[in-house]
Design a protein around this ligand. Sequence first.
Ligand code: R5P
Length: 294
Amino acid sequence: MVIVTSLKNSSKLAKKIAKEIQAPFSQTYVSEFPDGDMYLRFKTDVKGKKVIIVESFQPNSNEVLLNIIFAAQAAKKQGAKKVIVIAPYLAFMRQDKMFNSGEAINAQIMSKLLNENIDKLLTVDPHLHRIEKMKDVFSIPAKNLTSNDVIANFIQKKFKKNVAIVGPDWESYQWADKISAAIGVEDTVLEKTRNSTRNVDVKVTKEIDLKDKHVVIVDDIISTGNTMIKAAKQSKQRGAKTVTAIGVHGLFVENALNKMSKYFDNIYTVNTIEHETNKIDITPAIVEEISKKL
Ligand code: R5P
């Protein structure tokens, strides 16, 4: 038997998934003792069950990682047969090497902790860059789904014609190329220079016709929004009719949504992180995957 739970961040998505796979949903209680130590309690009997924890790594990624480890160990201790984590947004993947001496390599530490504590991981569009495949860091079954299809469908419904796709940096070809091919429109992927965590420059290396087009800029992560804003400026300069931002994972830190709103006609995200911009639903892809393999 399967039960679906969530910790602090993803109860909406967890409930949807539970309903679709016709499994009971039970919210796990996560709180703190007066001194700040974690308190976690399952409100259902997990003995002999496959426990699916649906939990996005935003907000509060550091805390989420610890919550997942505590939940997994507690579930196993109480006799759970398997612990499967569905982390629609998996954090820590951007620090995938030591950029400066002395730094922790977050992706390796996070994956080691998950390898040691859970049985299976499912995520959506993880930030794969220098780590090319999930199996480079995960020894447990770790599957990544993509939201390319749902994003392509969404764009097609929203704009009937005159669409062009822009990827704001080299790595975004993974979304821009696939989505533009699915819709049958042109795309260009910009070149980004990151001067600091909050300062980027982008330049167009392959010119395509953006004049009077509905330009849709797609990226995996919207964090400070600065990458998107720079790409929007380039698109406007080239005569875009409207500029839309689509992010798979909308982190929107440091007032990003407000900052972005004056450069964009529309800002949409996939519902991997609960946010008001969630207009693209990834539930069907998750349900299809877990229905195959449960
Ligand atoms: C990094 O390479 C990602 O693909 C995103 O482009 C990046 O995380 C966006 O960050 P920000 O919104 O802070 O510019």
